[in-house]
Design a protein. Sequence first.
Length: 277
Amino acid sequence: MNIFEPKISIITVSLNSAEFIEGTIKNVRSQTYPNIEYIVIDGGSTDGTAGILKQNEELIDYWVSEPDKGISDAFNKGVLASTGQIVGFMNSQDYYTDNDVVRRVVQNFAEHPHASIVYGKTCYVPVDSSEIVGIMGMPFTRDGMRKRNIMPHQSTFMKRDIFERYGYYSLEYRYAMDYEHLLRVTETETPLFIDELLAAMRLGGISDTDKLAVNKEIFCAQRANGVVFLSAFMTLLYHYMTATGLGLLRMFDIYTLDHLYNKLGFGKMKKYGRGKR
């Protein structure tokens, strides 16, 4: 095997994702990087997802459909089933923004051999369109990470030994398991940021529809990883206020603060155009 083409394991977890799962599978398999291992962990869907996985199993290196203990458990199953030197995640209704994303990520790992984590930006799109309504991801600082998640899960790739050294996703979290894990890891690791749009996240998933529970878990994750109470509480308060305001703005088809600023002519999202399916 070419040392400059390490195996990349991409893991998709799903539950009742029949509407989007086939598109996600084909999006991953459209990547031009040649050495991708693709794994799908389904939580025992009842909407036909398993049938779609069966129909597309020639595109999947390993898949299973069985009840699990939640998203954290599914993530862990995926990591344990994978064999790649680098691991990435792509949610079952999300997608990479172009066909060369994984190739560019691998190139950054090759150019920065001491980097154990490489990540970029993820845009938010409504479930029924490809309009970009928000963007997540910014240059890493430890202080910034301890205030809120600045590393979108769909655009984050980690060397395998991260899990061996820092552990897996905690089953105590139903929503903020990725943030809690990254808080643990980035206490000592310094990720490499790529200032590029790598993935698109469709709104309407569990982290978008149950903001109250998500915000509580973010607070718990921060406290569990040494963030002082006042800082964690202020973050919690900010998230509650933002979620309340955005709940009202949804009535006007405004999805994020970035989306509002863009509508008013003050935003910077236009330079990214639209997400690609």
